[in-house]
Write a protein that binds this ligand. Structure first.
Ligand code: HEM
Length: 496
């Protein structure tokens, strides 16, 4: 065979590949034209996906499509289209994309990555148990306040010295959900927990939800799993799952104890037993599913809220004038002699505006990744079966047409001329529709209680000789501020 024949053969094979693999984008929303087979994939090498998707929306509008590797991706960059897709057509767009690095690790189990019956039953059951805990009512505040109390005691020892609050905050936030889910709490400074938090954050940046590797089926495993931290993360995931397996075994041993406490895991195992006794064939309440479900709740219950509170502290440190306004409102509504309650927020519009602005600016979970099991239409455009539907939460929060100056941190944008709170449908930090955040009420209570509790006790500053912490962040599944040190100064009197 001559070189020429080989070359021709190569060209023919390339053409066949192009025809067979090139995704059919006929009738889909308009968008940037990319290269054959690769599409616009390489753009993601230079820019974080939420920012890139937002930039493309300035050119192609709030609903557009693009090809990333071999994936057909539809990007939603406005709250209007987010509602149309995830709420109005919520039954169609409630799947998750397959083939992501995350879905490889999670295999469709648990809740956040599950679909169909497993997802429906897990979500319904989890919501039901959370309601029994009094989610959205005052009883859940008791769990939050207990951890807040321990947190404030711990921070007391750090007054006057450079302090990275991250791990103590993580311990307290995790304890809130962990107490509810499995009846356990970690002690402050627990070495095992520090290791868990590190490994979790490492995995969340490793899988970078909207990043380059997710769209390259062949490269993603090589690319992801050859990263130096991948082995460490892999070992840590196993360690975490072994710990959950042990918890399940302990709960099973104690299930018939009439004095056992009330927690999510016991409720789940009791439901599992009931369904087995009823002889249900299609049972989804298995030990394996429970292990992944707990793992999901552990991850989402920890990282998102800690990140939110770290953004809050970052803005307090960067804007002493905003901190002062928050304290003035707090002092006039609550004072410093009693603990804040979640009800107090109704008389604290500036604090609510600050939290809204943190949710907008920080866009903690920048992308909501959905999929559609069947071909459908959206705004008259064809959406082929199993497209990736990306709700660009970050893009909605940073849309210049909506916010004018999205790059400025300005709680006042949520305050009207009478000093009242403006509620905006363009803040969608918890997403919308059938798959919206299941822990929204809890997260809102945690944020308000911790923020006001901390403000009541401390002024926040930058330690001498340290730079003012910047706004740069690490983009993984969540947008995380880089590590920074605080200086706590006690306010003169103490609450409670
Ligand atoms: C400020 C903190 C939080 C933010 C900003 C946040 C945001 C989100 C977002 C954007 C989603 C994806 C929604 C979608 O795909 O459309 C989500 C899903 C989820 N969140 Fe949260 N979340 C927070 C805290 C929590 C907490 C504390 C819990 C747990 C108790 C929780 C439980 C969940 C669960 C289980 C899902 C998956 C829902 C499903 O797939 O059906 N989240 N969250």
């Amino acid at each position: 065979m001559t070189w020429l024949t080989l070359l021709l053969l190569g060209l023919v094979m390339l053409l066949v590949l192009l025809v067979v693999l090139q995704p059919d984008s006929k009738g889909m929303p308009p968008g940037p034209k990319g290269l054959p087979l690769i599409g616009n994939l390489f753009d993601l090498l230079w820019e974080d996906s939420p920012r890139y998707f937002n930039r493309m929306a300035e050119k192609y509008g709030p609903l557009y499509s693009l090809q990333l590797g071999l994936r057909r991706v539809v990007v939603i960059n406005s709250s209007h289209w987010l509602t149309q897709a995830f709420v109005r057509q919520g039954d169609m767009f409630n799947h998750r994309p397959r083939g992501t690095v995350l879905s490889f690790i999670m295999g469709g189990k648990g809740i956040a990555d599950a679909e169909d019956q497993v997802w429906r039953e897990s979500r319904r059951f989890t919501l039901h148990v959370l309601r029994d805990f009094g989610m959205g009512k005052s009883s859940v505040e008791a769990y939050v306040n207990r951890e807040l109390h321990d947190f404030l005691e711990t921070t007391q020892k750090k007054v006057g010295q450079p302090y990275d609050v991250h791990y103590d905050l993580a311990t307290s936030v995790l304890n809130i959900v962990w107490h509810m889910f499995v009846g356990e709490r970690f002690t402050m400074g627990d070495k095992n927990l520090k290791w868990i938090v590190d490994s979790l954050e490492m995995s969340l940046t490793l899988v970078e939800q909207g990043g380059f590797l997710n769209y390259t089926p062949m490269l993603q495993f090589i690319g992801t799993f050859l990263k130096p931290k991948a082995f460490k993360v892999g070992a840590n995931v196993k360690h975490r799952l072994d710990y959950f397996t042990q918890l399940i075994a302990d709960h099973k041993n104690n299930l018939d104890n009439p004095d056992r406490p009330f927690d999510f895991m016991y409720e789940y195992l009791a439901e599992q037993r009931k369904q087995i006794e009823q002889g249900r064939k299609d049972i989804v309440f298995t030990d394996n599913q429970l292990k992944w479900l707990i793992s999901d709740l552990f991850i989402v219950g920890l990282d998102t809220t800690v990140t939110t509170l770290r953004w809050c502290l970052l803005f307090l440190v960067r804007h002493p004038e905003i901190e002062e306004k928050l304290f003035q409102e707090l002092d006039s509504v609550i004072g410093i002699d009693r603990h804040p309650t979640y009800e107090d927020r109704l008389r604290m519009p500036y604090t609510e505006a600050f939290i809204n602005e943190v949710f907008r600016y920080g866009s903690i979970t920048p992308l909501a990744l959905h999929g559609n099991p069947e071909e459908t239409t959206l705004n008259g455009f064809r959406i082929p079966k199993r497209s990736w539907i990306i709700g660009n939460i970050y893009g909605i929060h940073w849309d210049r047409n909506v916010w004018n100056d999205p790059e400025n941190f300005r709680p006042e944008r949520f305050i009207d001329k009478d000093g009242q709170l403006i509620r905006s449908e363009n803040v969608v930090a918890f997403s919308v529709g059938r798959r919206n955040c299941l822990g929204e009420s809890l997260a809102r209570i945690e944020t308000f209680q911790f923020l006001t509790g901390m403000l009541q006790k401390y002024k926040f500053g930058v330690p001498e000789g340290h730079p003012i912490p910047g706004l740069g962040c690490q983009c993984g599944v969540t947008l995380n501020p880089k590590p920074f040190d605080l200086l706590l100064t006690e306010r003169s009197a103490k609450a409670g």
